[in-house]
Design a protein around this ligand. Structure first.
Ligand code: ADE
Length: 226
């Protein structure tokens, strides 16, 4: 998989890919991340990427030309499955979208800033608009990092144990069950006996019940979709 990220602040997006699981995924050749600084696609000396909005009003708008140049240059080199715009007014991101994006070959992610991008970018280049939640970030970069992290860990071979992504919270619209490790007793607080019983079918049933109970208590909205 190849992900091209278009941004005005590439520095925000360097460290997430330089550590831990994402770093290993890149080193194993399972994903390529390419950061593109939008200012490299500006021809004027001031490197201006934004301007006042027509009709007046506070806030600058990202101009279409540098974005067009960057996206067109990328598209001339390969086909893209999706050109995603990170924006608080996009479709709310969830595990189902992460699953489907993890199957794509090439995607572009455009990070918005200021008041957002000229609407013509959205009308003519963007195939999907994604929000990571109902709150406003200073820019789309952190949201892009969240989306990338959630999809890269789903690519086969990225996580050591394949099943561990499949048993994540949300994979079946349920929260994950509680987990425990050694010691079996700490300060008198005991691990549920069933987990040390060695009866694996029973443990599986217990985990399913716990998932359901936890979801019912903490996220009853998910059970509506279940
Ligand atoms: N850009 C600013 N806020 C955002 C959000 N909540 N989701 C995606 N992109 C954003």
């Amino acid at each position: 998989m190849r992900i091209d990220i278009i941004t005005v602040v590439p520095d925000i997006l360097t460290s997430p890919f330089e550590v831990s699981i994402l770093k290993r995924a890149i080193e194993k050749g399972l994903v390529e991340i390419h950061l593109h600084n939008l200012r490299d696609y500006v021809t004027d000396n001031y490197k201006q990427i934004d301007d006042y909005q027509f009709g007046g009003g506070a806030g600058m708008v990202m101009m279409i030309e540098p974005i067009d140049k960057c996206i067109s240059a990328l598209k001339s080199e390969r086909n893209y499955d999706e050109i995603i715009y990170m924006t608080p007014d996009g479709e709310r991101f969830n595990q189902r979208m992460a699953n489907s994006l993890s199957l794509k070959e090439n995607i572009i992610i455009l990070c918005g800033h200021y008041k957002g991008v000229d609407q013509r970018v959205r009308d003519h280049f963007i195939t999907r608009e994604i929000s990571i939640g109902d709150y406003v970030l200073s820019g789309g970069e952190l949201a892009a990092a969240v989306v990338c992290d959630s999809i890269i860990r789903l690519i086969p071979g990225v996580l050591g144990n394949e099943t561990s992504a499949l048993t994540d919270s949300f994979q079946d619209d349920l929260l994950a069950p509680p987990v425990y490790t050694r010691p079996a007793e700490y300060k008198g607080w005991k691990v549920p006996e069933i987990l040390t019983s060695g009866n694996f079918p029973k443990i599986e049933t217990w985990r399913e019940e716990q998932s359901y109970l936890r979801t019912k208590k903490l996220r009853p909205d998910l059970l509506g979709e279940y």
